[in-house]
Design a protein around this ligand. Structure first.
Ligand SMILES: NC(=O)c1ccc[n+]([C@@H]2O[C@H](COP(=O)([O-])OP(=O)(O)OC[C@H]3O[C@@H](n4cnc5c(N)ncnc54)[C@H](O)[C@@H]3O)[C@@H](O)[C@H]2O)c1
Ligand SMILES: N[C@@H](CCC=O)C(=O)O
Length: 514
C-alpha cells in the first residue's frame, strides 16, 4: 500500500489536459436529461415525483431527472440498511477498505467525467470542479487507510494477570445529508467515512445537485459495495429529512449544510422517540463568516490576492470563503485599491468556458438572497465594484465589494454565500483580532503578515477551526489540513483528519483475567 498523498490538480495550461476535459464535457452533454432512481437495498426504484436538476448557467438545460423518495420509501430504505448492517458490520475492516481503494481507482480513471458533471450541475469552473473531484478521491483513499490503522484499536495498559483491549466497532444506520457546494467531495467523503467504519447509510443529497450523487452511487456499486450498504434517498429535506432524523432506528446523522438546518437537525435528533435505544450522534458542519486579516507590514500584493481569491472562488459559495477582510489602517487604502483592481480582472460567465474565473450561483433562491444582501450593503457601506446580477439565462452575479463597513454591519456578520465581500478598517493588531472573532461562526481565517509575534498571537487568539498564514483561507487538503469549525460553524468534526472516522464508531473495552 502506497502512503497517502493528495490527488494532484490538473494543469489546464497543458493542451492535452484541456482537450481531455473538453471531451469529458461533450460526453456529459450527451448524457444529459436521463432519469436516475432511488436505490434501496441495491434495487432501483423509479417514482413519479422527480427532482429536475438544471444547469445554473443555463436554466433551460436539464441535467437529469432524479426520482424522489417519500416517507414510505425512506422507511423501506431504513429497513434495508438495518438488515444489511447485521452482515456489513462483520466484514473485516481491510475488506471494506479494499472496496474504497477500488472506488478511488475508478473515480481517478473517470476524473474529468465527474468534474464535467460538476461544471454542468453545480456551475463550477473547471479548476474548482477538478479540485472537488480530487478531494473526493482523497477522502476515499485517506479514509480507507485510516480504517486500516483503526482496525487494531488503540493501546491500553494491562496489569499482571490481565489482558485489556480497546477496539472500535460501528454504530448502526447513519443518515448522510450533504450540501450543494461540494456535491461530490463532501457527499462522497461523508458517505464513505460512515461506510468504511462498518455502518450502513441512507444518503440524501442536496436537491440542486442530485445527479452527481447518483453517478457516485453507481460507481460504488461498480466498486463492489454490497447491496443495502449505501441506500440513495433523494427527496425533500422537510419531508424525508425530518422523518429520517426523527426515526428511532437512526443511530447517527452526518450533516453538512447551513446553520439553520444543522441546528434544526441537532435539536430534533436530541429527542428520544418510542423504540429508540440510544442517544443519536450528530455530526453537523455548518456555515462560516470567514476573515482575511491584513497586517501593516504584510506583502500587499499577496494580501490583495489572498482576499480576492478567498472571497470569489466558486462565486463565494464555500463555507470557507473569505467573505470579509479586515485591513490595518496604515495599509487600508493601498490594499483596497489593489483588491478592487484585481477583482475587476475576474471574468464571469458560463463555466464551460475555461477562461471564466467565476460561474453562476446555484439557483434562483440563492440569486435573490444574494441580490438582497447587495441592497443591504448599499445602505451599510461603500460599493467599490460589482453590484449587478443577471438571471435571464443563468444565475450570474458580479463579484461585489463593499468597503468602509462597520465591524458589526450585517454584511460583516451574516453568511451570504455568494460573491459579496465586506471590508472593515482596523486600528491595530488587537482590534484586528477582536473583529476577526466577533461573529457567531469560527470556521476559517487567514492572517497576512510578516510579523512573527503576530503569527504566534493569532495562533492562540484567532478562534477558528482552520487558520492559515500568508495564503487564502479556502482549499483545505484531506490529510494535510483536517477541516471543521468552532462555534456556530459546527461540531469541528475535522473531515479529512485522523480522528474523523472515530465519530462513526464506538469504542469497546474488553478485560480478561488471565
Ligand atoms: N462546514 C462545512 O464543512 C461546510 C461545507 C460545505 C457547506 N457548508 C455550508 O452549507 C451551506 C450551503 O449548502 P446548502 O445550501 O446545500 O445547505 P442547506 O442547509 O440548505 O442544505 C443542506 C442539506 O440539508 C438538506 N435539508 C434541508 N432541510 C432539511 C431538514 N429539515 N432535515 C434534513 N435535511 C434537510 C438539504 O436538502 C441538503 O441536502 C452553507 O451554509 C455552507 O457554509 C458547510
Ligand atoms: N473544505 C473546503 C470548504 C468546504 C465548504 O464549503 C475548503 O477548505 O475550502
Amino acid at each position: 500500500m502506497k502512503p497517502y498523498t493528495h490527488e494532484p490538480f490538473t494543469n489546464f495550461e497543458d493542451e492535452k489536459n484541456k482537450q481531455a476535459f473538453q471531451e469529458a464535457l461533450a460526453y456529459v452533454q450527451s448524457q444529459l436529461g436521463k432519469d436516475y432512481p432511488v436505490v434501496i437495498g441495491g434495487e432501483a426504484v423509479t417514482t413519479e415525483e422527480k427532482i429536475i436538476s438544471i444547469n445554473p448557467a443555463n436554466k433551460e438545460e436539464i441535467i437529469g431527472r432524479v426520482s424522489m423518495a417519500d416517507q414510505k420509501l425512506a422507511e423501506q430504505a431504513m429497513n434495508a440498511a438495518l438488515t444489511t448492517f447485521e452482515t456489513w458490520k462483520t466484514w473485516r475492516p481491510e475488506h471494506r477498505a479494499n472496496i474504497l481503494f477500488k472506488a478511488a481507482a475508478i473515480m481517478r480513471r473517470r476524473k474529468h467525467e465527474f468534474s464535467a458533471y460538476l461544471v454542468k450541475e453545480a456551475g463550477k469552473p473547471w479548476k474548482e470542479a477538478d479540485a472537488d473531484t480530487a478531494e473526493a478521491i482523497d477522502f476515499i483513499e485517506y479514509y480507507g487507510r485510516q480504517m486500516l490503522r483503526l482496525k487494531k484499536g488503540s493501546p491500553v495498559q494491562s496489569r499482571d494477570g490481565e489482558f485489556n483491549q480497546y477496539n472500535y466497532i460501528p454504530l448502526g444506520v447513519g443518515i448522510i445529508i450533504s450540501p450543494f457546494n461540494f456535491p461530490l467531495a463532501i457527499m462522497a467523503g461523508t458517505t464513505i467515512a460512515a461506510i468504511v467504519s462498518g455502518n450502513t447509510v441512507l444518503l440524501k443529497p442536496a436537491n440542486s445537485t442530485p445527479v452527481v450523487a447518483a453517478k457516485f452511487v453507481e460507481l460504488m456499486e461498480e466498486a463492489g459495495l454490497p447491496k443495502g450498504v449505501l441506500n440513495f434517498v433523494p427527496g425533500s429535506g422537510a419531508q424525508i429529512g425530518d422523518y429520517l432524523v426523527d426515526h428511532p432506528k437512526t443511530r447517527f446523522v452526518s450533516f453538512t449544510g447551513s446553520r439553520e438546518v444543522g441546528c434544526r437537525i441537532n435539536e430534533r435528533a436530541a429527542k428520544v422517540h418510542k423504540g429508540q435505544k440510544w442517544i443519536k450522534r450528530v455530526i453537523a458542519e455548518m456555515g462560516g463568516k470567514d476573515t482575511v486579516v491584513v497586517d501593516n507590514d504584510a506583502d500587499l500584493d499577496l494580501a490583495a490576492a489572498s482576499i480576492v481569491y478567498s472571497a470569489f472562488g466558486f462565486s463565494g459559495q464555500k463555507c470557507s470563503a473569505g467573505s470579509r477582510a479586515v485591513i490595518h489602517q496604515d495599509v487600508y487604502d493601498t490594499v483596497l485599491e489593489k483588491v478592487v483592481a484585481l477583482t475587476r480582472t475576474l471574468t464571469l460567465g458560463n463555466p464551460e468556458d475555461v477562461t471564466n474565473y467565476m460561474g453562476p450561483v446555484i439557483d434562483g433562491k440563492s440569486f435573490k438572497k444574494i441580490m438582497e444582501y447587495i441592497e443591504v450593503g448599499k445602505q451599510e457601506g461603500k460599493l467599490m465594484t460589482g453590484g449587478e446580477g443577471d438571471d435571464s439565462k443563468g444565475y450570474f452575479i458580479q463579484p461585489t465589494i463593499f468597503a468602509d463597513l462597520d465591524e458589526n454591519a450585517r454584511l460583516m456578520q451574516e453568511e451570504i454565500f455568494g460573491p459579496v465581500l465586506g471590508i472593515s478598517k482596523a486600528r491595530d493588531f488587537d482590534h484586528m483580532m477582536t473583529i476577526a472573532n466577533n461573529t457567531d461562526y469560527g470556521l476559517t481565517g487567514a492572517l497576512i503578515t510578516n510579523n512573527r509575534e503576530h503569527i504566534e498571537r493569532a495562533r492562540e487568539e484567532f478562534h477558528v477551526g482552520n487558520l492559515y498564514f500568508n495564503r487564502v483561507c479556502t482549499g483545505a487538503i484531506v490529510g494535510y489540513q483536517p477541516f471543521g469549525g468552532f462555534n456556530m460553524s459546527g461540531t469541528d468534526s475535522k473531515a479529512g483528519g485522523p480522528e474523523y472516522l472515530l465519530l462513526h464508531m464506538q469504542a469497546k473495552t474488553t478485560s480478561e483475567t488471565l
